[in-house]
Design a protein around this ligand. Sequence first.
Ligand SMILES: [Zn+2]
Length: 126
Amino acid sequence: MSGDTKLTCAFLKPDGAPCSAPPMNGSEFCFFHSPTTAERRKQAQVAGGRASRRTLIPTDMPEYNLTSPDDVRKMLRDVANKVLKGELDHRVANGIGYLANQLLRAIEAGEIAQRLKQIEQALRTK
Ligand SMILES: [Zn+2]
């Protein structure tokens, strides 16, 4: 035991920032950066890759309208349920989550622009 046990992983990211994950017991690296778990990690990735190819995109997803926050919420709920049931790759779900977030922001921006227009018109007709 060295005695100077660090609270975070010793790995430095390409930009020089340290990895913020907690290190594993008896190691200065976290699971993702420890050389001793590299082989296990590779096997896990191979297994994950196999599983994801099998369940990458479900064929029974309905087409969503996605024009209101409620539409987006409904889709996200369906996506989350599919991930929990193991019917959808979580990486696909992550991508959908990212797009849904962008979509919500765009919808919100559209609503704000619409309200602003109404306020401007109201001020002009005064
Ligand atoms: Zn790490």
